[in-house]
Design a binder for this molecule. Sequence first.
Ligand code: NAD
Length: 632
Amino acid sequence: MAREFTRVGVVGLGTMGAGIVEVFARNGLDVTAVEISEPALERGRATLTGSTDRAVAKGKLAEADRDALMARVDFRVGLDALHEVDLVIEAVPEHLDLKQRIFAELDRVCKPETILATNTSSLSVTEISVATSRPNQVIGIHFFNPAPVMKLVEVVRTVVTSADVVADVEGLCARLGKVDVTISDRAGFIANALLFGYLNHAVGMFEARYATREDIDAAMKLGCGLPMGPLALMDLIGLDTAYEILDTMYRRGGRDRRHAPAPLLKQMVTAGLLGRKSGRGFYTYERPGSPKVVPDEHTPVAADVAPADGARVVAKVGIGHARSELASPAVVAKVGIGHARSELASPAVVAKVGVVGSGTMATGIIEVFAKAGYEVISVTRGAEKSAAVCEAVKTSLNKGVVRGRLAETDRDAALGRVNWSATLEHLADVDLVVEAVVEELSVKKALFASLDEICKPGVVLATTTSSLPVIDVAMATQRPADVVGLHFFNPAPVMPLVEVVRTIRTSGETSATARAVCAALGKTAVVCGDRSGFIVNALLFPYLNDAVRMLEASYSTADDIDHAMKLGCGYPMGPFELLDVVGLDVALAIQRELYLELREPGFAPAPLLEHLVTAGYLGRKTGRGFRDHTNR
Ligand SMILES: NC(=O)c1ccc[n+]([C@@H]2O[C@H](COP(=O)([O-])OP(=O)(O)OC[C@H]3O[C@@H](n4cnc5c(N)ncnc54)[C@H](O)[C@@H]3O)[C@@H](O)[C@H]2O)c1
């Protein structure tokens, strides 16, 4: 019989503690909520009140239930108030000595049978447990932020935690409506071990001015479907907490450089920029504790600029989701923070677009341009391929009609805007060429050399490469300033993101034009430098590779790891689900590129990934990857 908990204690009512109190009280448990001082207690109470009031306002909680919830919480200063609780969970700052002191005190104050739990993200539960005389009753209960929302709880058992205690806590999680995964005591457990390298990498990108905060966040939200971008998530976690977690993971987790906190983090913490809780972190918030971002001096502002040559030109400074319901391609440009003044260059007018290639990406890109009102010339390597691409575009447009997303007249108009050709010479008078041929540098370079001969001056030459250096392609022409990367995501008609990749030779006008075109297509453009993986792949694939390493080390199962990322972090798919969809060969190739370019030891492809690829287990496309898809 699992133990019945009636009164629990929570120590520390900060970002996590206040949320944990809410979870317990919502589920009918009486809670003694403890803080270190009266002002801290009032802050904790205000957080709980704010959160439950918001739930009432959103219709997610009845007023009477909110009142009953609040009545179940006894707010107290000092640990002595905890002498009657059945379980206590500690959520004080991430410092081992502080937690050990608190556990020693809890051991003294609490009943002998009370379970003592820590919400630590990265510290050793074992080291915390030995500060008590009952290490077998000490356990990790790792909630996710925001605790009332995120479904996952990681239950961390040490080598001495008794099996009964584990079972009791698992039963409690079920009562709270949470899904638990039980794991052993390792730095970062499942989710944070996979999350924090990624977060730190994103901070490093921002610190190096590789891309703006808005662009990094938009890239991960729109490119991967994540609920928040990494910098917004850092603000939610709290930069001081994130710093401590990284620092501990670095020291406990084998000194992986990727966990060495980015220097900017330390500076921000020292300056009191802790994220939402202090009202300012990577972004600025309405007030401390508020989730509402308000504009600050780094916020891009929209401003109309004088039309270039009669065309409608809207310049947006910084990120913005430009409207696409423009009848004819309007010209929209935006400028991000931290970008050189040349970014203020006016975009050129683009009306006629050439798309070279006959694969999935080329097909999708033709459709996107034609639907947005551009005149398109599709160039393939022969009439047969052109016919196939034409058929594929028609099929896709027809699907839009069947699903009621596209009027028949718009489908016909879009198709009417496309000319099919097998001759590059037909690109002599286009304003933009988008190359989407095979991912081989020699092929792309030869193509760009030809385009250089054929196209009129001032044309923007764009490559959709996802892994090759854009500068290599640019230098195959005599006009590298006009060459840019336009990294569309698959399927291009659906995915809202385009990475605009500027090389060190790309002119301000070229990138302004590229961004203007993306906006006119209804896509969000994010601007980044010409580094392997750009923003999305550079942040996504090392995380996937880390998940493979975790599986390889038998720390957890593919199912639990997938669960942890979906339910703990709100990811749309777990890493193994995603790897099977993307293709293990594709993932391995990207990971190899990242490793070769950045020489980061932590980016070395996981041997298990290599073995699966060698064995032909490439994911869904071959029926087997991390999972067997043949009978699903
Ligand atoms: N922030 C997150 O996203 C997150 C997620 C999961 C787990 N955690 C873990 O939860 C724990 C708390 O992190 P946080 O982000 O809530 O920190 P926080 O800084 O927001 O809150 C800590 C709270 O503890 C209180 N406190 C400090 N000393 C105390 C004492 N002696 N007695 C009682 N209260 C005391 C502080 O006044 C503060 O309100 C850490 O171990 C952290 O790693 C954090």
